[in-house]
Design a protein around this ligand. Structure first.
Ligand SMILES: *Cc1c(COP(=O)(O)O)cnc(C)c1O
Length: 395
């Protein structure tokens, strides 16, 4: 038990982000200890036997448990208001482990069509091969969700706001639909993080993160996590222990440090993104801006209800074609041309030829990924410098 467990009862998000999961050792360290050890020593043969059989608590091997990873899991569970959490080596292994633990041949996933590209690949190319079906629907269309359910639908999978157009999904309505059909709602909460949105408050069952993004926040480590009720997390944990997509203790330690400043950073990302979105709207070379913080965005009111700020990702269409979009991207000198996001450094990317390049032109048109669309994951630089950087290619 944590020495803080009692004192953290009823604590606010900022306190939990700094203190949840702290288990100080006898050394009295103030910062969380980093346990770089693959295995653990037992006091006796009896103790070894008891730990292996599960009769005694305690560490056995770091594919099973590691105190630094455990601290990260406890902190995420506290922030997401979940009973428990299990960390994984990446966001993708969090999604894979959830599916492997909860699905079997003949089951069906109902998925938003606006999810991370590799998630689509995992579901279609690999899970389908093992007899799991998947259907993709427009995330903002509740009747499309309703029509998509099958008798064998076990998981409903969604991201909100979506990438790159910031579509906002009504989590409460989707959770109600999902539960009425006896399925579970899985939310990839990577874009908001628990600092801005806690989907469990709206009825979601499982929360997935790529900790690689905002939870790290400075583009250093890969990692993932699944949060939810204790029984389900135990099932996911059993898969992770057997298959081995375990989070490294070092990465968990970096993420623990990241969580301490998560809300401050998310608010700063959101503030910069809002300022840039409003400024972009006023530029004559810009055709349209997609950001849920803009009152005319169709998801604005819903985002205000579900989120405490609008996040750091926005996209915009320039007047002209792909060449015009590429000109803006290639003219920047501060923004990093990379498909990653969730970094202190602003990143810029052309979705149609990178993150969404695998889609057919028809699929891109259906998803609204135009050739003149640019995505920005707004970082923590001075917003005036970012405006000047974009202006080079816009004027
Ligand atoms: C990056 C990302 C993932 C995958 O995470 P990795 O850590 O790269 O495996 C999943 N979902 C979303 C929304 C992401 O942005």
């Amino acid at each position: 038990m944590s020495e803080y467990d009692d004192s953290l009862t009823g604590a606010g998000l900022d306190t939990l982000a700094v203190r949840a999961g702290c288990h100080r050792t006898a050394e009295g360290e103030h910062s969380e200890a980093l346990f770089l050890t693959s295995s653990y020593v037992f006091g006796s043969a009896q103790e070894a036997a008891d730990r292996f059989s599960g009769d005694a608590p305690g560490n056995v091997y770091s594919r099973y448990t590691n105190p630094t990873v455990r601290a990260f899991e406890e902190r995420i569970a506290a922030l997401e208001k979940a009973e428990s959490a299990i960390a994984t080596a990446s966001g993708m292994s969090a999604i894979l482990s959830t599916c492997m633990a909860l699905l079997q041949v003949g089951d069906h996933i109902l998925c938003s069509r606006s999810v991370f590209g590799t998630t689509t690949v995992l579901f279609t190319k690999y899970l389908q091969r093992f007899g799991v079906g998947v259907t993709f629907v427009d995330p903002t269309d509740l009747t499309a969700w309703e029509r998509g359910f099958q008798a064998n639908t076990r998981l409903v999978f969604v991201e909100t706001p979506s990438n790159p157009l910031c579509d906002v999904v009504d989590l409460q309505a989707l959770a109600d639909l999902t539960h009425a059909r006896g399925a579970r709602l899985v939310v990839d909460n990577c874009f908001c993080t628990p600092a801005l949105q806690r989907p469990i408050e709206f009825g979601a069952d499982l929360i997935i993160h790529s900790a690689t993004k905002y939870i790290d926040g400075q583009g250093r480590c890969l990692g993932g996590v699944v949060a939810g009720d204790q029984d389900t997390i135990n099932d996911v944990l059993a898969f992770v222990r057997s298959a081995g997509p375990t989070l490294s203790a070092f990465n968990a330690w970096v993420f623990l440090k990241g969580l301490e400043t998560l809300r401050l950073r998310m608010e700063a990302h959101s503030r910069n993104a809002q300022a840039l979105a409003e400024w972009l709207q006023r530029q004559p070379q810009v055709e349209r801006v997609y950001y849920a913080g803009l009152p005319e965005h169709p998801g604005h009111e819903l985002a205000r209800k579900q989120q405490s700020a609008f996040g750091g990702v926005l996209s915009f269409q320039v007047k002209g074609d792909q060449a015009a979009a590429w000109r803006v991207i290639d003219s920047t000198r501060i923004c990093s041309l990379t498909a990653n996001l969730g970094d202190a450094k602003t990143t810029i990317v052309h979705p149609a030829t990178t993150t969404h390049g695998r889609l057919t032109p028809e699929q891109r048109a259906e998803s609204g990924i135009a050739d003149n669309l640019i995505r920005l994951a707004v970082g923590l630089e001075d917003v005036e410098d970012l405006k000047n950087d974009l202006l080079r290619g816009l004027s």
